[in-house]
Design a protein around this ligand. Structure first.
Ligand code: PLP
Length: 496
């Protein structure tokens, strides 16, 4: 069955999968969504016997219906290879009554690698299928992890250039160094004077700038997006929830058909939305537990139905979740609005003009699958420390937020269903915050790399290759700009 993609803001805007991947964001500012969410066509028993790559194929074939089997398998093989430091791709680790799905074994040790290692291959294949002549310019705003994962994925790919904007001072030292040491003449990294939302708003404006689009076309370029709004990122993320379920069945922790809960540390709402799609495809998921840090717009939304970004923005120790506008939430809003593009467009226009919107009581019924809560900085640190002291297992700050919210959920509801916690970053990526959580006094004076050595020692885990590499790598990017200079930066880099 062919799946067509429609914009969440205009149902006449229709694309094939490959066209939607190339386009990224719809011209009307909407996000592409499949006309219907397909159902898994393999039994849970069959899926539980499959490798990660096989599961990935079974999921992606249902969405990317204009790709041939050969094309899709080639993309999957090129993505989930020795860039990952384990053949399992995403191992499941049991600690203190929860299963941590480690999504950080790829090139940049954060979960963004799960999708960004395949997106470049999907995009190049899509360009070939659609006879695109222009070079593709990937434009990305990052709160830290997307940037490096996209740079690593697209560096050196023919026919593609990539420009990454990140909030200067709003990412961890390791995250920044990872980006600034990126090799590849087709890569460009720019620190903006503003926060993540400023960077994201700036990128969205460039995408919807019609005059710029014409200029680019004349110069032989067209934009595309590697942000989590791209359907080519969302769909690959569904695979690991199916894989996690299969692993639990294979290991005898779950009976086939029995439900699991999923806990996701959430920022832009891409990761948890993938779990929602998995549930709608027939994967036995009970609750989707949405964990926020002190930037708790989503918690407030789930409890009141009022999405309101008019509030102070807090820099936390889980910076990849420091977000006030969760772009992918639009796909959920569209769905609970009965797939009514007009209604969704009204909410989004209200968000753009007044910074808030309130959903109807009827729409609230559509949120029953979700539970939202948040963790303060202190609670996150305490959760990391307690887990370490109890089990020796060290989790990063984002995963710490999720682990804390799982405790709150269990306390509030008494629901002790098996829970899979999306473990979204290696603790090595946020070593300072993680070690500070474990023993603030002891570690506060240590240098970054001394902390990393110490983390390896106390957690009894090897230092990931991604960290070893940047220890000595030279800084290759030093560009900074104000938010109103982003357009100039892009045209300069492209030599226009
Ligand atoms: C991006 C990111 C998140 C948030 O994921 P979303 O899909 O944006 O909700 C959480 N943790 C880490 C480590 C991340 O990099």
């Amino acid at each position: 069955m062919e799946i067509i993609y429609k914009s969440t803001r205009n149902s006449n805007e229709r694309k094939t999968a490959s066209q939607a991947i190339l386009q990224g964001l719809a011209p009307d500012g909407g996000l592409y969504v499949p006309e219907q969410i397909p159902s898994l066509d393999r039994s849970l028993e069959e899926l539980s016997g499959m490798s990660y790559k096989e599961v990935a194929y079974e999921v992606m074939k249902l969405y990317f219906t204009d790709f041939t089997e050969e094309e899709l398998k080639k993309c999957i093989d090129s993505a989930y290879d020795s860039k990952f430091d384990t053949e399992e791709i995403c191992p499941l680790v049991e600690a203190d009554g929860a299963y941590y799905l480690e999504l950080f074994h790829g090139a940049t040790i954060a979960f963004k690698d799960m999708a960004l290692s395949i997106l470049p291959h999907l995009m190049v294949t899509s360009a070939r299928k659609n006879h695109v002549k222009n070079d593709i310019v990937i434009l990305t705003a990052t709160s830290g992890d997307t940037g490096k994962a996209a740079l690593a994925g697209f560096a050196g790919v023919d026919g593609v250039k990539i420009i990454v904007f990140y909030p200067k001072g709003g990412v961890s030292a390791i995250q920044e160094k990872q980006m600034l040491t990126q090799k590849g003449a087709n890569t460009h990294v720019v620190g903006i004077h503003g926060n993540f939302d400023d960077a994201q708003t700036g990128v969205k404006q460039l995408f919807s700038d019609k005059a710029l689009e014409k200029e680019l076309d004349a110069a032989g370029y067209q934009f595309s997006s590697a942000n989590s709004i791209n359907i080519g990122r969302l769909v690959p993320q569904i695979a690991y929830y199916v894989y996690a379920y299969g692993t639990l069945v294979k290991e005898g922790k779950l009976a086939s058909g029995e439900k699991m809960n999923v806990v996701v540390p959430t920022g832009n709402f891409g990761n948890i939305l993938a779990a929602y799609y998995a549930k709608n495809m027939g994967l036995p998921i009970n609750k989707l537990i949405c964990a926020s840090n002190e930037n708790k717009v989503l918690y407030d939304f789930f409890t009141t139905g009022d999405y309101d970004k008019n509030r102070a923005f807090t820099l936390t120790n889980s910076p990849s979740m420091d977000i006030l506008v969760s772009s992918n939430l639009e796909r959920l809003i569209y769905r609970i609005a009965g797939e009514d593009a007009g209604k969704n467009a009204e909410f989004m226009s209200s968000l753009a003009t007044s910074g808030r919107y309130e959903i109807t009581d009827e729409m609230k019924q559509g949120l029953v699958d979700f539970y939202g809560n948040y963790a303060t900085e202190e609670e996150t640190c305490e959760t990391i420390r307690n887990l370490y002291e109890k089990t020796g297992y060290v989790i990063d700050t984002h995963t710490g937020v999720a682990a804390n919210v799982l405790q709150k959920y269990r306390r509030a509801t008494g629901d002790n269903t098996i829970a899979v916690v999306a473990s979204t970053a290696s603790p090595f990526k946020f070593a300072r915050s993680v070690m500070g959580a474990i023993d603030a006094e002891k570690y506060s004076a240590m240098e970054d790399f001394a902390l990393i050595d110490e983390l390896s020692r106390i957690g009894n885990v090897a230092i990931p290759r991604a960290i070893e590499e940047i220890r000595t790598a030279p800084v290759l990017h030093d560009k900074q700009c104000d938010t109103n200079e982003m357009k100039q930066v892009v045209t300069d880099f492209l030599g226009m």
